[in-house]
Each structure stands twice: as structure tokens, then as C-alpha cells.
Design a protein around this ligand. Structure first.
Ligand code: TRP
Length: 336
């Protein structure tokens, strides 16, 4: 089948603050992609409640993520920005996919194993079938491409398996086999306190991450305080092996300045971290400052954000309604 439009879908969870990791690893790439693809960006509140969310905090976090996307340069006139729960088709298609996916497939999902930990019996059922909902997000729009980070690749594989099984069970080629989109060197931003752990909104240490709600002084201070080692900066990328904190800061510098890590090493190699950190703090503030300030401003404008999400949801429903109708038809559901 070749008549699928090039369409991307991606999602961010409204659980906790957006961090530099979300920005460099995802949102910044979406800003580029929106120019060449029909783009749908979703604040995935249905996914968020697979673990407990305080309702008032969930509401604010949903607006905050939308504000962060817009402040970063995602244009609500060019693409669709909405929150998942306003389009009931996600939950409906997820149910159908619960009946397509096999227990064995979900049992292999490493994210569930990590999140449920030893307490598997006490994890929500939603957490277990989370990947089916993610497949529904993508296929409800017949998205052809999904920009994903390393940690979501397995879920995208499952999406492809579900599409394939649905197509073969029902003897159709209805769903596309969605491709992952990996842009350039994927930036995996690590904790500023531990170069082996991913920068995370759930890390108890505030100094481990840069939040998109941090002001300029806080951003600069966190960079200055970031953990390093006592050796001089390496002159080559190879020299960063075994030095996760140094490697992380160099990668952040490279990503924020759109340069290669090797160039940064060549420039600062042989020196201690003082000058490098000063420059990185300045660079971070110059790139992130305007974004965090705009995001702050937008967060105050709740009615504006709610309106964007409402209009986005209407557009999303318009695309997905006929697709869902076809699915009902294929599955054998009567409809009037
Ligand atoms: N599971 C993704 C995450 O935790 C978020 C997500 C939900 C998503 N639905 C999606 C990402 C669809 C890409 C496409 O980061």
C-alpha cells in the first residue's frame, strides 16, 4: 500500500516537569519534523494515570506540557497539539488491541518490568497494557512514522506486531507498519549528578535535572554544580569513555550548539572544567531562557492553552473518526 500520507505521531506524559531531556531528546526534534510531516503531538494523560496522579496536579501538568511544546516552537497552526483523553478513540482502539496483542508479547516489555519492579502483583493493569494504548495512539491516525528515543523502541516494535497481526487476522492491509524516526545522533541526556542514570523528572535530587520551568539563574547554577571528574577534558570523543559525567556535559553542549561532540572536545580538550562549565551555563541560559520564560507566560494563560487543546482534539477526532469507523467495520461491529 503506498497511499499513506507521511504522518508522524508522538506523545509526552504529563507526569512531573518537562526536563532538558524531554527538550533535547524529543521536543526539539519535533520542531524540525513539523515542517516536513503532517504532525500530531499528544499529551498522553491516559498513559499518565497508569500510575497514581493527583487530579489537580495532572490538570496543571497537562497544560504545562502543552505550554512547553508551544514555547519550544511547535506551532499549533501547523500541527495538532491535544490531550489524549479528549479523543475517546484512543481508549476504544486500545481495547481492540488488547484483544489482538498476546500476553507473551506484553510479558517481554522491559519498561513494565522496570516500572512494576518487584511489586508486579500491585502494579495497575493499565501499566501492563500501556503498550497497547501506545499502539492505539499511533494507529488511530495511521501514523507512518514515530520519532522515538531508545527507551520506546520496544513499544514501537510491539505497535508493528499489532498492526501486522490485525492485518493478517482480518485479511486486510488496513494499518501501516509504522517506522521509527531516529534523528541524527539521538541525544540521551543523563542526570547531572550521575552520568549513568537518565535525566528524569522523578529523580529525588533537583540538581540532577534542568526543568523547563527553571529560571535563568537556576539553570546556570545547576550546570555549574554538575558533577564532573578531576581529569582534564578529553580532546577526542574516545577519551570520554568511562567518564559518563564528562561525556554527558559534552553531549549537552554539542546538542545545544548544534555542533559535534568531537568539535567540543577539540576546543576544550586539555583544560579543566571551569571555563567549559561557564560557557555551557551561558549557552544553556541563552537557548533555554527564552523558552522557559515563554512557557511560564503561557502557563498563566490557561484559557488560551485549553482552547489550543480543544481545537487540537477536534482536528484529531476529525482524522481518527473515519479510521475508527473502518476498524469497527473490519472487526464486525454493527454501526448505524
Ligand atoms: N510511551 C511514551 C513515553 O513514555 C509516550 C507515548 C505515548 C508515545 N504514546 C505514544 C510516544 C505514541 C510515541 C508515540 O515516552
Amino acid at each position: 500500500m503506498t497511499d499513506f500520507k507521511q504522518r508522524i505521531f508522538s506523545g509526552v506524559q504529563p507526569s512531573g516537569n518537562l526536563t532538558l531531556g524531554n527538550y533535547l531528546g524529543a521536543i526539539r526534534n519535533w520542531v524540525t519534523l513539523q515542517k516536513s510531516y503532517e504532525s500530531i503531538f499528544c499529551v498522553v494523560d491516559l498513559h499518565a494515570i497508569t500510575v497514581w496522579q493527583d487530579p489537580a496536579i495532572l490538570r496543571d501538568a497537562t497544560r504545562e506540557v502543552a505550554a512547553g511544546m508551544i514555547a519550544s516552537g511547535i506551532d499549533p497552526k501547523e500541527c495538532i497539539i491535544f490531550n489524549q483523553s479528549q479523543v475517546p478513540g484512543h481508549a476504544e482502539l486500545a481495547w481492540i488491541f488488547n484483544c489482538v496483542a498476546r500476553m507473551g508479547w506484553l510479558n517481554r516489555m522491559t519498561q513494565f518490568k522496570e516500572k512494576a519492579g518487584k511489586n508486579r502483583e500491585r502494579a495497575s493493569v493499565g501499566l501492563y497494557v500501556y503498550p497497547d494504548l501506545m499502539a492505539a495512539d499511533i494507529l488511530l491516525y495511521k501514523a507512518t512514522h514515530v520519532p522515538v528515543g531508545e527507551d520506546q523502541k520496544q513499544h514501537l516494535e510491539l505497535t508493528r506486531d499489532i498492526a501486522q497481526k490485525f492485518n493478517s487476522d482480518y485479511g486486510t492491509d488496513f494499518f501501516p507498519i509504522t517506522e521509527p524516526l531516529i534523528l541524527g545522533e539521538a541525544t540521551r541526556v543523563m542526570s547531572l549528578r550521575d552520568g549513568n542514570a537518565k535525566m528524569s523528572k522523578s529523580d529525588p535530587s533537583e540538581n540532577s535535572r534542568i526543568n523547563l520551568t527553571d529560571d535563568r539563574d537556576t539553570i546556570a547554577r545547576k550546570i555549574r554544580k554538575a558533577k564532573t571528574d578531576s581529569d582534564p577534558i578529553a580532546s577526542t570523543v574516545e577519551g570520554l569513555e568511562g567518564r559518563p559525567e564528562a561525556k554527558n556535559l559534552i553531549n549537552i553542549f554539542a546538542a545545544l550548539s548544534d555542533r559535534r561532540a568531537g568539535d567540543i572536545c577539540a576546543e576544550y580538550g586539555g583544560q579543566g572544567f571551569a571555563v567549559f562549565k561557564r560557557d555551557l551555563a551561558e549557552l544553556s541560559v541563552s537557548i533555554l531562557g527564552p523558552i522557559t520564560e515563554e512557557m511560564q507566560r503561557l502557563c498563566e494563560e490557561k484559557t488560551y492553552i485549553d482552547q489550543i487543546l480543544k481545537e487540537g482534539s477536534e482536528k484529531a477526532r476529525a482524522i481518527s473518526a473515519p479510521i475508527l469507523k473502518d476498524v469497527h467495520n473490519i472487526v464486525g461491529f454493527l454501526q448505524s
